[in-house]
Design a protein around this ligand. Structure first.
Ligand code: S3P
Length: 407
């Protein structure tokens, strides 16, 4: 993929449906008794994998309608291939643990290297039989009991896997979070009438029959982030993205951009971004889970700010679709930026200049590819991105949006 630069971005853009919400809507649609209606699903391959998985488990998907219910679910005939999606495999592990049959979950080379112990351990304590801490996972589900659990890493995927398993467990299932993470599972469980209570730092669920629901999925703030940062960095830009999800632990990147001096106008589910000079910043602590997916593109913003920016407390980046600490640093270096990895983050020495004409390897990671595209839009001479096809996991329409908004 060749991104020509420099370009500005203008107009109005609707990002794809939120990926995190899409996975959960399909899973809960499969568990709810009856027919739910879901519009605005993410059109990426990750969510398509979850759709295929719930179909293999016996849910029926017909356009925007999904018909489910525990009684109609059965053992899948084949291995369930979650592709590149860590969210799909971890959330499906939680659902499968509660179903009284064997499910085998697998994924691509990246998913096979990602740690699954963070979900298999609590699910095993609940009573599931799982043969491994790495994909492929053979899960013999059913007969679960609730647990009171504090995940060892702040992770919405872990919290969600446990809560989803708790829907089919005897007694209370409690997840405690010292640092808050995205709350989509709790929000959607409430929407389908689950027996759930949510308080500060804690969610408690009991075995529940779920009612079918209607849901219009808002745009994905993590995909909007690429365009918002592009508009902040490219002189002459004026871009509005809407509608986007603006609930808990998803919009911390907006707070970071504001403290860097970005010119953002925020409305309900809407962000208008215009070019302005940015200052460096430090990112760390409790804000990290709320912007973990946006760090590669925020690092591009840091490279365009004058001075040193540091990201800390983000060791989780090392176990994403790629080692995103190393991949982000290498991406920035391809633009002539002085950046270095640390154990739990990175340091970027911003100069306000990105040198174009280079080549970036996405390392099979959609967010590295799209962050490199944003940098390429700002750099004189643009950039060539290898492994661009990874973008299809979350944002197949990225190129079309690029053609419409970049000039
Ligand atoms: C997600 C949670 C985050 C995030 C991922 C999606 C989710 O992962 O990075 O892209 O939908 O729950 P962790 O829960 O592992 O932090």
């Amino acid at each position: 993929m060749r991104i020509p630069g420099p370009r500005r971005v203008t107009g109005r853009l609707r990002p794809p449906g939120d990926k995190s919400v899409s996975h959960r809507a399909l899973l809960l649609g499969a568990l709810a008794d009856g027919t739910s209606t879901i519009s605005g699903l993410s059109d990426g391959d990750d969510v398509a994998r979850t759709a295929r998985a719930v179909s293999a488990l016996g849910a029926r998907i017909d356009g925007p309608r999904i018909t489910g219910g525990r009684d109609r679910l059965h053992a899948p005939a084949d291995v369930v291939d979650c592709g590149n999606s860590g969210t799909a495999i971890r959330l499906l592990a939680g659902v499968s643990a509660s179903l009284p049959f064997r499910t085998v979950l697998d994924g691509d080379g990246s998913v096979r290297t990602r740690p699954m112990g963070r979900v298999t351990e609590p699910l095993a304590v609940m009573g599931a039989r799982i043969d491994s801490d790495y994909a492929p996972l053979t899960i013999d589900g059913g007969g679960l009991h609730g647990i009171d659990y504090t995940p060892r890493v702040p992770s919405a995927q872990v919290k969600s896997a446990i809560l989803l398993a708790g829907l089919g467990a005897e007694g209370d299932t409690v997840v405690r979070e010292p640092v808050p993470t995205r709350a989509h599972t709790e929000e959607l469980l409430a929407l389908c009438g689950a027996d759930i209570e949510v308080g500060p730092g804690v969610a408690r669920v009991r075995a529940s029959k779920l009612a079918p629901f209607a849901l219009d999925i808002p745009g994905d703030p993590s995909q909007a982030a690429f365009w918002i940062v592009a508009a902040c960095l490219a002189p002459g830009s004026d871009l509005t993205v809407a509608p986007i999800y603006v609930g808990p632990a998803r919009t911390a990147f907006i707070d970071v951009l504001l403290r860097m001096g970005a010119d953002l106008e925020i409305g309900p589910g809407t962000v208008r971004a215009r070019y302005s000079a940015l200052h460096p910043t430090d990112i760390g602590g409790a804000e990290v889970p709320g912007l973990i997916d946006e760090i590669p593109v925020l690092a591009v913003a840091a490279a365009m700010a004058d001075g040193i920016s540091v990201v800390r407390d983000a060791a989780e980046l090392r176990v994403k679709e790629s080692d995103r600490i190393e991949a982000t640093v290498a991406m920035l270096q391809a633009f002539g930026v002085v950046a270095e990895p640390t154990a739990d983050g990175l340091a970027v020495n911003g100069t306000g200049v990105l040198t174009g004409g280079g080549v970036v390897d996405s390392r099979g990671d959609h967010r590295i590819a799209m962050a490199a595209a944003v940098a390429g839009l700002v750099a004189d001479g643009g950039v060539t991105i290898e492994g661009w096809e990874s973008v299809a996991t979350s944002y197949p329409g990225f190129e079309e949006d690029l053609r419409r908004c970049a000039s």
